[in-house]
Design a protein around this ligand. Structure first.
Ligand SMILES: [Zn+2]
Length: 800
């Protein structure tokens, strides 16, 4: 193995047919027919020209200069074969420079010698770190140290996109390695951000790890086509128990896997900086891009951890596919783009607002933008309403919601909702009957960003460098999907303690008192969403996440705090239907040949799973929604990659368009109706709708209308309301795309009639459950207001 590389280099230099361009960009246009190059899209062309300027050794572009991470392997600075001890001395100095931020970067990076010394420093550092450092799992991964990557990330836009090790666009068969420790640490696990299970040693470990510990180990990516490689991103091993990472590495290129050429920095072989911790992704841009089909990442030094340290890494490779001169049917192999003309890019807060406004301007008659509150950092939580009568609840028209970006770094949902609003506006105007029907029959609410503060953090790092957790939490560090009132415990405790079964309630649980106080650790975003959930009579919703490919349905919380346990709601069968409606129409999930994302094979479950059966999540939005309101909600995990590269967005829209529409249409499945007073014909609010054999009631809303989502079948419904005789009837749900209408006319009890006469239209006291629920909600709103006012005052004081 050790002799292989130098020999191959010799052969290479003697071979004319070998197409290679690391460091020699003038060469690289040669093998590709010029006629083909002219057919390249604009982006690729500009990359070519950027390369040309490099080749002529004119002062390199700002980009290349500033983010050069490689360094020449000179005999003076870095004695080969020895892990030179000398340079370690400079640690402190370099750390300091890092802290000074990006300003210094251009200056520093031109001095490759200093950088070389920095690399050595890195070696020493992890010795201070304990073997099982929890630090790496925290949401804020060492922002200071990687500061200089921030602008790199934004500038990567002009660079080549990731090949897709993280997104799985690169298949397992395209990854090879010199050796690997065992199957769970095979080359197919060497993907950026891949997550291991809780234990090491199964088939789902969190990196590729070489079997041997020498400098001849490599991870190889076959791009399958001639590709212009511009950089690599490295990350250490994901594991609770092991602490492995590669600290420096070389890169080689090949067209046939026989002859390899090293990536150069000037006339020397480049050495790139790897990782200082196991989680922070580190980007290295090649000084001069290379054109080849294969690329190898070849670790040189790694965290030793005594003698325990393994060569482990997770990686992404940046590269642009070049047109294949021998393929005249290039269009057949092009990745599918979207046929819809939508704004496919990542929208930060301002851009999102602008886009929403443009949709409203284009379709003012069917859209309305409103805000449900503010984030901790005062960003508004905007909602796009789409309806034929925006701003109003219409009798019998069900209300739907999509919520995205509760975890700010899971960004695909946000973009899909922005795509969806544009799409619906365009298609409505075009007269697409499916969309027209949906808009006329449904009031749709889209909240693209529930955690805008977290999003902005992740957005600044960019799609490849944000890591796995940055931006997940609110600014205050709150995980919003654990932040809703835990009504499951309230319910289960009552079931255990209450001897009189008739006193148990099964829906509309009031928020626990302690949750409503000012001191309660409830994020402003969570408060805003709870208030929204009560203001609008939603019947169905979905909560869009990322990082897996699966649809989960309530309950999310296990009953006895088990780490995982199937915990069904009384509406299990309908929830499974709902989850399947999304999963089976999603083009990636439904592909039987797809590989699992991380450490669980959801294909075995048809891509749907009870949330608690995956992992226990107390205080989830789905559980709260089901137990506190009429709204059924599932969680959709949209993609293995939490922050897909912008170039993936059109395909992701294609993958999800049908599912997003089909799922919304499920709101018209089951029974709907209006409950009225038999004498006056006036709608009765808060009437209870019971379905025989389903221990979960729902309530009618303000005008007496209700929606009871149900699978096809025969159901015995009983409706009761304070002061009325209950009424029952059997209703049938068919396999149709419209609900069965099941209206009820209730007769007042004589006592109620007498009371009515006495009260003369005055409001009657409501039932206790409802009263308590409303009181607690009012309390929550009061404390929210108080908190907001206090914060606003503090802010004003600060300004003065
Ligand atoms: Zn999430």
């Amino acid at each position: 193995m050790a002799a292989f590389l130098p020999i191959s280099l010799l052969i290479f230099s003697a071979c004319g047919f070998f197409v290679f361009v690391c460091g020699q960009l003038t060469d690289f246009t040669l093998p590709v027919k010029p006629t083909v190059v002219s057919g390249v899209d604009v982006a690729t062309e500009s990359l070519f020209s950027a390369g040309t300027s490099n080749a002529s050794e004119v002062p390199t572009t700002e980009f290349t200069t500033s983010y050069r991470k490689s360094t020449a392997e000179t005999t003076t600075e870095r004695p080969t074969g020895k892990e030179g001890q000398k340079p370690v001395r400079k640690v402190l100095k370099m750390e300091k420079e890092d802290d000074e931020g990006p300003l210094k970067l251009a200056k520093r990076s031109t001095r490759s010698l200093t950088v070389a010394k920095k690399l050595k420093n890195v070696l020493k550092k992890p010795k201070v770190i304990p073997k099982k450092p929890k630090v790496t799992k925290t949401p804020k991964p060492e922002i200071k140290k990687v500061k200089h990557h921030q602008s790199a990330a934004t500038k990567t836009a002009s660079q080549c996109p990731p090949l897709g090790l993280e997104s799985l666009r690169v298949k397992d068969a395209q990854l090879r390695a010199s050796s690997y420790k065992r199957r769970g640490l095979g080359p197919h696990r060497g993907r950026l951000n891949i997550q291991s299970g809780i234990d090491d040693g199964d088939i789902y470990d969190g990196a590729w790890c070489a079997r041997y510990k020498d400098k001849n180990q490599w991870l190889e990516v076959d791009a399958q086509k001639l590709t212009r490689f511009t950089g690599a991103i490295l990350q250490g091993r994901n594991s609770i128990w092991s602490w492995d990472m590669v600290q420096t590495y070389k890169v080689q290129f090949s067209n046939d896997t026989l002859l390899w050429k090293p990536c150069m920095n000037g006339s020397k072989e480049a050495i790139f900086e790897g990782n200082q911790d196991t989680e922070t992704p580190v980007l290295s841009l090649f000084d001069r891009p290379a054109v080849a089909r294969y690329i190898r990442i070849n670790p040189q030094t790694w965290y030793q951890n005594g003698t325990e340290g393994d060569i482990c890494l997770r990686a992404e490779v940046l590269g642009c596919t070049l047109p294949d001169p021998s393929n005249v049917y290039a269009w057949q192999t092009e990745p599918t783009e979207s046929r819809d003309k939508l704004d496919f890019k990542h929208h930060n807060y301002k851009e999102m607002r602008k886009l929403m406004k443009s949709v409203h301007d284009e379709c003012p008659n069917i859209t309305r933008i409103y805000s449900i509150g503010k984030s901790y950092k005062d960003l508004k939580l905007y909602v796009m309403e789409i309806s034929d009568n925006p701003g109003k609840h219409e009798l019998g028209e069900p209300e739907f919601r999509y919520v995205a970006g509760m975890h700010g770094n899971e960004v695909l949902g946000r973009e899909l909702l922005l795509n969806l609003m544009q799409y619906m506006c365009q298609e409505y105007k075009r007269g697409n009957q499916r969309i027209v029907h949906l808009v006329k029959e449904t009031r749709i609410h889209l909240l693209p960003s529930m955690n805008p503060d977290g999003y902005e953090m992740a957005f600044k790092k960019g799609s490849e460098l944000a890591g796995w957790a940055l931006g997940r939490y609110s600014y205050e560090g709150i995980d919003m999907n654990h932040n809703f009132a835990d009504l499951n415990s309230v319910m289960w405790t009552a079931i255990e303690l209450e001897t009189d079964q008739s006193k148990l309630i099964n829906h509309y649980f009031p928020i626990p008192e302690q949750y409503t106080s000012e001191e309660a650790f409830v994020a402003p975003e969570t408060r805003a969403v709870i208030s929204w959930m009560q203001n609008i009579p939603f019947a169905l919703g979905a909560n869009l996440h990322g990082g897996e490919l699966v649809v989960t349905y309530p309950y999310d919380m296990t009953r006895d705090w088990a780490p995982r346990e199937h915990t069904p709601t009384p509406d299990e069968s309908f929830f499974r239907w709902l989850a399947a409606a999304y999963a089976s129409t999603n083009q990636v999930m439904s592909n039987p040949d797809r590989r699992p994302c991380h450490n669980k094979d959801f294909l075995r479950y048809n891509n749907i799973i009870n949330g608690a059966d995956w992992h226990n999540v107390p205080g989830s939005m789905n559980d709260f929604s089901y137990l506190h309101t009429n709204c059924f909600e599932v969680t959709v995990e949209l993609s293995c990659d939490k922050f897909p590269h912008a170039s993936e967005l059109p395909i992701e829209w294609e993958n999800n368009r049908e599912s997003l529409l089909v799922y919304m249409e499920q709101i018209h499945r089951g029974i709907k109706g209006v409950i009225r007073d038999k004498d006056t014909g006036v709608g009765i609010a808060d009437a209870i709708i019971k379905v025989e054999d389903i221990d979960h009631h729902i309530r009618s809303v303000a005008d007496g209308d209700f929606w009871r989502l149900l699978n096809p079948g025969e159901y015995r419904l009983t409706v009761s309301a304070e002061g009325y005789f209950p009424s029952s009837r059997t209703c049938y749900v068919m396999y149709d795309h419209f609900p069965t209408i099941c209206d009820f006319n209730l007769t007042k009890t004589p006592r109620r009639k007498a009371k009515d006469i006495l009260a003369k239209g005055g409001k009657l006291p409501k039932d206790l459950q409802l009263l308590l629920r409303q009181q607690r909600m009012r309390k929550l709103r009061v404390t929210t207001k108080a908190i907001n006012q206090r914060r606003a005052a503090a802010k004003r004081a600060k300004r003065v």
